[in-house]
Design a protein around this ligand. Sequence first.
Ligand SMILES: [Zn+2]
Length: 207
Amino acid sequence: MLDQLHAGKIAELTARRIALLDELKSDDHYRDTPAVYFGFHDPFDVPLATCDSCYSTAESRRITSGQRKVRWTVACTSCDKQIPQPQKDGWMASLVWNGANLSTQCYKSMPLFGLAHLTPSAAKERISKIRHNLVLRTSLCAVDRAIAEISDSHSKPGLMFQQKLDAYLKWAMHAHRLIKNAKNAGGGKVGDKLGTILNSPGVESCN
Ligand SMILES: [Zn+2]
């Protein structure tokens, strides 16, 4: 009975793997993917955005208590703003902080994905396609790791490889939010609210 369940699970994962590879290797996907190399920037290095409540800097803090695992939080150095939930990884805590302070950042300044010279519409199209490719690659990696855990016939992708893909995907999701924010602020032009604070240090213009 257990063997049957095991075989069924492997068959299910293998079918999923084949479907993912079919899409990843297809001419359509190749044509629609603008980049799979995103630049020299290390995706685990996340520069912290300026607080968009008080325009002060933020800092990352390591939280350790007793035998519990290390967690990370990010907080403003002046006001009481901080991320709602501590995170397992420092880079993720920084991305959560940046996601809560969109108004002091512009997608054009991101060190990844080549968005610097694109209008919000063009940037949205580019990042949607990159994001789709990353979703397929992270899914394939997860399936490969799952197969390797229950079968000897498959080599297991490294944890660091999986985490790096995940970090790129989370950066792409953040890029999406920043692009949407720029669109809402006036099609890539600076909105009134942002226009009034552009002279504050640490605030990026989206012009
Ligand atoms: Zn603040």
